[in-house]
Ligand binder design. Structure first.
Ligand SMILES: [Mn+2]
Length: 231
């Protein structure tokens, strides 16, 4: 009773159906759990607007227990809308048009919700672990370049355990100083104190959507659902 859990998901890219299935599989309880999303909610996938309204309403209800971290796709969108020009070209090159269309299809413009996306932080830190979209180099999240946090692909990190998305792997992996090991799904395991747990398993590319549950006793479990996006 009263067990405090943290759920982590990432790289939804408009995969709303899989998001709901995964949260169900993890027995997500919005009254008691903390939910952390590692970014890249928009672009590429089938239900971008639905993903937005779901997360917006959830955050509205959960407040500080729902942490929505910024990914490179949210940043590209914000830069495109603020600056136009080559920033707009970069976003459209990275599937921004799909996001624009998804909002228009629901009679909205994403420009209406810029402040909501602007509120997304670049990282989230607890006593036991860090969360960022892409990568870390310095063990202090605040001392990393934003570029590293949202675009980085380095796996050399050896600081306090960090959960990441951004780079899709076939299965979730644990990295420690450039070495890696496979994470076995659906098995409770002690949370490592250092290194990096990579959770993006390329749902929007037709593979799987992976989530992580961390319990108050510092054990964790990783689980996933199959993508319904055609490869
Ligand atoms: Mn990304």
């Amino acid at each position: 009773m009263g067990e405090k859990r943290t759920l982590i998901i990432t790289d939804l890219h408009g995969c709303y159906d899989e998001c709901i299935q995964l949260l169900d599989k993890m027995a997500f309880d919005e009254e008691n759990d903390t939910l952390i999303n590692l970014g890249d909610t928009i672009d590429r996938g089938p239900k971008i607007y639905e993903t937005f309204t779901f997360l917006r309403d959830l955050k509205e209800r959960m407040g500080d227990s729902c942490i929505l971290i910024r990914g490179n796709h949210e940043q590209m969108m914000l830069d495109a809308i603020e600056n136009g020009g080559s920033d707009k070209d970069l976003w459209y090159y990275n599937s921004g048009g799909k996001t624009v269309y998804s909002f228009l299809h629901h009679k909205h413009r994403i420009q209406e919700f810029i402040d909501w996306y602007m509120d997304m932080p670049f990282y989230y830190e607890t006593e036991k672990f860090n969360c960022v979209h892409a990568s870390m180099i310095d063990p202090d999240p605040a001392r990393n370049e934003v570029e590293t946090l949202i675009w980085g692909r380095s796996t050399d990190y050896t600081g306090k355990i960090v959960m990441t998305g951004h780079t899709p792997y076939r299965i979730p992996l644990y990295f420690m100083g450039g070495q890696y090991g496979k994470i076995q799904e659906d098995v409770w395991t002690v949370l490592p104190e250092t290194g990096m747990i990579a959770l993006d398993t390329g749902c929007v590319f037709g593979n799987r959507l992976t989530g992580m549950v961390i319990r108050g006793d510092d054990t964790f479990l990783v689980t996933s659902v199959k993508s319904s996006v055609e490869k």
